[in-house]
Design a protein around this ligand. Sequence first.
Ligand code: C5P
Length: 208
Amino acid sequence: MSAPVIAVDGPAAAGKGTLARRLAAHLGLPYLDTGLLYRATGRRVLDAGADPRDPGVAEEAARTLRPTDLERPDLRGPEADAAASAVATQPGVRAALLQWQRDFGRTHGAVLDGRDIGTVVFPDAPIKLFITASPEERARRRHLELTARGNTADPAQVLAELRARDEQDAARAVAPMKPADDAVLIDTTTLDADAAFARAVEVVRGKI
Ligand code: C5P
């Protein structure tokens, strides 16, 4: 088999980023956090003083995105989360970012994490994982992450924002977040990062 694409999808703070990055290093494959594309697009819309729900501005921001935009230090946090999820509902934005993601994976194989990698971006990927965990556990992790970065965050608000984003990501008309029919589900509610990684390696083994 030529270098494979591994799709790692799932909701926020389920542990998919950590797992995907580790899997990529383990297999010697490039890694792309596709959430960064939506985050950077949302940021560029905010920079322009526009509303991330404005399809014209958002599509233009996605179409003219540069690799260096993904290195901005302000792509995390509640404002960036909400802007990313808002631009991600727009078909024009998704179309503009689709080719970027396909080009990244096509030549040398890759591990990509996101919401629609196994369903839309690489529907033929030989390995698809859907990483999930309970909303409460995900909110607990996100809250820890925020406080570790020095932000003050109210746990109840973190949970509410996470649920709102889940809902918007799963309900949108274009490329909604959902497991592909052939994805393997890994629930990390009671698994630590090492156990989740071991489970993912088990799934991958034998397929590539
Ligand atoms: O994964 P992350 O939380 O960084 O993604 C930020 C937002 O970008 C998500 O809430 C989702 O709306 C959007 N996204 C998407 N499709 C992807 C990756 C991210 O719609 N493949």
